[in-house]
Ligand binder design. Structure first.
Ligand code: IMP
Ligand code: MG
Length: 184
């Protein structure tokens, strides 16, 4: 698989479709076990988490419900603006329910912290967090992400839901920005 060039930035293949599929199955197996006899609500954080959520829940065999919320913190930049705004609220009743928040990546941790506070405010029975990717060393959060797909170094990644200026979410493989920018 070769590199991709976007606006002069070079990205190299990082996590393959097969690796994502295998890890997603493992996470779903743990969720199936942990939530046996319960009916959790998976809450996907738009836009990035839509592909991972779709693949994850198809490996989930317990009864479950799904909802989405949409946040914005990045604009089109590669680093966080530090501001989280809610662009679309939940449509489900959180009170008394088991909530599983699904993220594509936890970078600074600001977004997931915002979601956690928002959900706790509505008195759920429980809240847990799933993130396909967790950037090492950065997250400014005082709680753990219960189900992590891959811990990665703090690099900018794209594909499989993750965008570069709103594009390339449709790539099946996750790519990372090449540090030295070389094409080889
Ligand atoms: P955080 O609030 O800094 O943890 O980042 C939250 C959101 O920013 C994630 O859910 C992603 O949608 C987006 N994001 C963070 N890192 C990346 C990246 O490397 N590539 C693309 N989007 C990212
Ligand atoms: Mg996201």
């Amino acid at each position: 698989m070769s590199t991709i060039e976007l606006n002069g930035d070079i990205f190299e293949p990082y996590i393959t479709e097969e690796q994502i599929r295998a890890r997603t199955r493992e996470l779903a197996a743990r969720i199936n076990e942990d939530y046996k006899g319960r009916v959790p609500i998976f809450i996907g954080v738009l836009n990035g988490a839509f592909i991972f959520l779709a693949d994850l829940i198809r490996e989930v065999t317990i009864d479950c419900e799904i909802d989405f919320l949409k946040l914005s913190s990045y604009g089109d930049a590669m680093i966080s603006s530090g501001q989280v705004r809610m662009l679309k609220d939940l449509n489900c009743q959180v009170s008394g329910r088991d909530i599983i928040v699904v993220e594509d990546v936890v970078d600074s941790g600001l977004s997931i912290d915002f979601v956690k506070n928002m959900i706790l405010h509505e008195n759920p029975n429980s809240v847990k967090f799933v993130s396909l990717l967790l950037k090492k060393g950065i997250p400014k959060i005082d709680f753990t992400i219960d189900y992590v797909g891959f811990e990665i170094s703090p690099e900018f990644v794209i594909g499989y839901g993750l965008d570069y200026q709103q594009k390339v979410r449709n790539l099946k493989t996750i790519y990372r920005l090449k540090p030295d920018g070389s094409k080889e």
